[in-house]
Design a protein around this ligand. Sequence first.
Ligand code: SAH
Ligand code: F3S
Length: 438
Amino acid sequence: MFYIKTWGCQMNEYDSLMISDILIKQKKYNNTQEFKKADILILNTCSIREKAQEKLFHQLGRWKKLKQQNKNLIIAVGGCVANQEGKKILKRANFVDIIFGTQTLHRLPKMISQKIKQQKSLIDISFPKLEKFNIIIPKKNVQCSQSISIMEGCNKYCSFCIVPYTRGREISRPFHDIIDEITYLSNNGTREIQLLGQNVNSYKNIDKNGKKYTFSKLLRSISLIPKIYRIRFITSNPMDFTDDIIDVYYETPKLVSFLHLPIQSGSNKILRLMKRPYSIIDYENIINKLRTARPNIQISSDFIVGFPGETEKDFLDTMHIVSKINFDMSFSFLYSPRPGTKASKLLDHTSLINKKKRLQILQEKIKQQTRKWSKKILNTNQKILVEKYFDQDKKYVLGKTEHNRTVFFEGNKNMIGKIITVQVLKQENSFFYGKYII
Ligand code: SAH
Ligand code: F3S
C-alpha cells in the first residue's frame, strides 16, 4: 500500500493523482490515507515559497522513525524540491530510497521495482519532454468538475520565481490528445473542465501536419464538446493574454465569467524589477476588454508583498489597483527569496515587520471586497452546476456558481451533472445555502 502527501499547487495535486493512478494500474498497489499502514511513503513537494527544504527534512525526520521500525519501507521524494535539490537530499537524509522529478513521476513504478532489488538509492530528476503524458491512464473516478494539465513549465523567468527551474521549459501537450481526453472524461460524467498549466494561456502546439494550435483555438474546440458545460483555466498570465483569447469570451458562454490573472504588484517599478513585461496600464487594458466582453466577469489575482525595493509608495500603488480593479478572492504572499533566482540577489531594506503589516492591510482589503462580491448573490437566482452530494444522508447536493461560490441545497441524484437554477438564501462561512427553483 502507498501513501502520498502532497504540498503546493493544483498542478502538484494533479501530479499526485497521476502517481496514484499509475501505481494502482501498473503495480496493483492500493492507496491508503493512513501513513502507518503504507509500505511506500511518497512526498510530493513544493518549493514556491518558505523554507521548503526545512519543511522537507522535518517531514523526512518523522518518516525516518517509521523506517527504523520497518526496514522494507520505501520512502520516495518527488516534486519541485526534488528537482531543485536532487542528490543533495540524500546527503541529509540517506535513508530516502527514491528521488523523482516533476517530469519523471511516471517512472516511479519501475524505480520501485528496481529499488526492491537493490540497496542503493535511485535518482531521476531529468526532463524527458512530455513523456509523462504519453501514459495517461483513464481515470477510474471521473469527477463532474475535472482538472487536466495541458501544458507545463515556464520560459518567462520572472526574477522571483523558481518554477522555470523546477518544472522545466514551457511544453504543451498535443492538441488532439487533450481533446480526446476531455471527450473521454465528458462521456464518463465530467461536465466542467479546468485546464491546468503554469502559464496556461501560453499553450501552443503544432500537429503532425504542421497545423498550429493556440490557447484560444483549444478553448473553442473544447466548447464544441457537447457534454462539457463549463470551462475554467488556471493559471494564466497577463503576458500572453492576447485579444484572440478575449474573443472567445464573446463566442461561448461555456467559458466562465471568472478569471484568475496574477498581477503581482500595482507598481510599474516593482513589475520591472520582477521582470514582468507588462505595465499596470497593460493589465488594466486586458481587464477593460474582458469587462466589455463580459460585464459580469469577476477577477482574482496573486500579489507578492515586500519584494526587494518595494517602498510605501509602491505598496500604495498596489492598494490603489486592488480597489480599482475590485479584485475578488485573491492570493497574496510575502516575498520569499528563492535560491538561484535573480531577485534573491537584490538588496532588500524593508523590515519584516513592515512587510507583514503591508500584507495584512492588503489581505484585509481583499477580504472586504470578496465579502461584497459574495453578498451580491444573496437573494438572487444563480445557475449552479451540481457536482455531488453535500451530506452523507444524500439529502443535500452541492455545486458552484460561475463565480466559484459553493452553494448547497436540498436536492437529488438527478440534479448531479446538470446546471440548474437555485435561489441563494444565506451565507454560512464560505458556503451558501439555497433553494432549487427550476
Ligand atoms: N504563472 C503565474 C504564476 C505561477 S506561481 C504568473 O504568471 O503569475 C504562483 C504564485 O506564487 C505567483 O503568482 C506568485 O504570486 C507566487 N510566488 C511565486 N514565487 C514567489 C516568491 N518567490 N515569493 C512569494 N510568492 C511567490
Ligand atoms: Fe513563475 Fe513568472 Fe513563470 S511567476 S511560473 S516565472 S510566468
